[in-house]
Ligand binder design. Structure first.
Ligand code: NAG
Ligand code: NAG
Length: 470
């Protein structure tokens, strides 16, 4: 009993501790306030994780995203409603402005309610395409729940994402045999030229998008099929604002949290509650948040390696603004990762690298940064290198962008100058110059010797010469 109690207490503490790194004000936009009960478990989970949830209908006063030019909320959750318009507060311009101010948005879709035009055009602008047919939903004749959708095949049972190649933290990875129920989802496709977009959950290979109201016998020219279709997609903007599109709003409803389903005759329990927690946690910046602390660079005299003093790391005014070409430089940067309620040291995932660029227009050096010290709240990454034989204005730049981690892009500008006239090596230190130097001195010595001989040799007898000519 005590064991159970302490387990529950731990679970409760764990839930409470996972706070968002960017504020806790959450606006839930829901048209029919009576539907709130359907989502009570999900909203309760959010509150347990420290969010101050405020549910508003789209036309009410409280839905204004800004107050005095500042964000009035940190995060927004849009639940589907009946009306086609969302009102002036949630226009595409306001939604994008909200993201420019680093607000995060979780958009949920449903084939029963036409997606509001402002959402469709906002998503289109971000490179996320929805089917033109507003009633389309994703169907799969192989991976469906035979208990709840024996006829329609529109409740998909999808395996929990296996490790995703681009999810360096394996954040969305679930138990190997986990199954997620995706009831009546609106599929999305991603514009494939945007590095900001990443799929979180793809449809199975046998799925396709289909409009059940379409009377035709065969589906002609479907919107998308198989893994082209995303059930959950993510966008992280350059300023690290996050937007996630959840194809199926029903996934958030109580009835699918740990629901019993049947896949090909076998009973399974869906892991929706866990998956939805991960998706919302990522969207609302509870995880995958990096922070750059101090940044330090200095001339390291020769081979002397300074030991990093972690308690007094980098007073930034220490950083020189000018370096000479071909001198040894050390660069240190402090990076932290959000750990639910505080910042802790950030460790680079395996198979990944953090790099420093020393660049003037294009990088002259791109070298690895390696962890050299660790404090309570950060890891200090270091690189040692020689400035290139090129003078000009250079940048120290750390540009680390990975899907599902906030972007790190830090730049420090420095000048790299030539040797000063008294900094060149002396001529006798250059072995290649020795033949010329010795040539000069041999000439000088020869000239002096000649002079000495010439000055001290006695003149010839002139009289004798005169006699001979006469
Ligand atoms: C590190 O910096 C602190 C604060 O300036 C100082 O008290 C301490 O002596 C330094 N430690 C070393 C090893 O230099
Ligand atoms: C630094 O870490 C300590 C414990 O490791 C934590 O208590 C503290 O809040 C952290 N500071 C910040 C600014 O996150």
């Amino acid at each position: 009993m005590l064991w159970l109690f302490s387990f529950l207490l731990l679970a409760l503490l764990g839930a409470v501790q996972a706070l968002s790194s960017s504020g806790s004000r959450l606006l839930v936009v829901l048209e029919e306030l009576s539907e709130k009960d359907k989502y009570s478990q999900f909203l309760g989970d959010l509150e347990a994780r420290g969010f101050h949830v405020r549910v508003e209908s789209p036309k009410s006063e409280g839905v204004a995203l800004f107050k005095h030019g500042e964000r009035a909320y940190d995060h927004v959750l849009l639940l589907p409603g009946k009306s086609k318009g969302l009102g002036p507060a949630l226009s595409p311009g306001n939604i994008l402005e909200f993201m420019k101010k680093e607000g995060n948005i979780l958009v949920t879709l449903s084939p029963d309610h036409a997606t509001p035009t402002s959402i469709v055009s906002t998503l289109l602008e971000l490179g996320i395409h929805l089917p033109a047919d507003r009633n389309s939903l994703v169907i799969d004749h192989f991976n469906y729940d035979s208990a709840s959708a024996p006829e329609n095949h529109d409740v998909l049972l999808v395996p929990y994402p296996a490790p995703l190649r681009y999810d360096v933290r394996n954040y969305f990875m679930g138990p190997p045999d986990g199954v997620i129920a995706v009831p009546r989802a609106v599929g999305q496709t991603l514009g494939n030229d945007s590095p900001l977009l990443a799929p979180i959950l793809r449809a199975p290979k046998t799925a396709y998008s289909y409009n059940p109201k379409d009377e035709a016998d065969a589906v002609e020219d479907p919107f998308a099929t198989g893994e082209q279709l995303n059930l959950v997609s993510a966008l992280q903007a350059h300023n690290s604002a996050r937007l996630v599109v959840l194809g199926s709003a029903e996934m958030l409803q109580n009835k699918w949290f740990g629901a019993k389903a049947e896949l090909a005759g076998k009973p399974v329990t869906t892991a929706n509650r866990d998956f939805v927690m991960k998706v919302s946690g990522w969207t609302f910046k509870e995880v995958g948040v990096l922070k750059v602390g101090n940044l330090q660079h200095y001339l390291d005299e020769g081979d002397v390696k300074k030991v990093i003093n972690t308690s007094a790391f980098a007073a930034p005014e220490d950083n020189p603004t000018i370096y000479r070409i071909k001198s040894d430089v050390t660069f240190n940067v402090e990076i932290s990762e959000w750990r639910g309620d505080h910042y802790g040291p950030f460790m680079i995932p395996q198979r990944d690298a953090l790099q420093l660029e020393f660049s003037m227009l294009s990088p002259f050096h791109r070298i690895g940064l390696y962890p050299e010290a660790r404090t309570h709240n950060s890891t200090i990454y270091s690189a040692h290198f020689k400035t290139p034989d090129q003078h000009g204005i250079f940048n120290f730049r750390v540009n680390y962008r990975r899907p599902f981690l906030t972007n790190v892009d830090e730049k420090r500008q420095v000048t790299v100058r030539h040797f000063a006239h008294d900094e060149w090596p002396r001529s006798f230190q250059i072995s290649g110059a020795w033949p010329w130097i010795s040539g000069i001195w041999v000439t000088v010595a020869g000239w002096l010797a000649f002079l000495a001989v010439w000055l001290y040799s006695a003149p010839t007898d002139k009289k004798v010469a005169v006699k001979k000519t006469q």
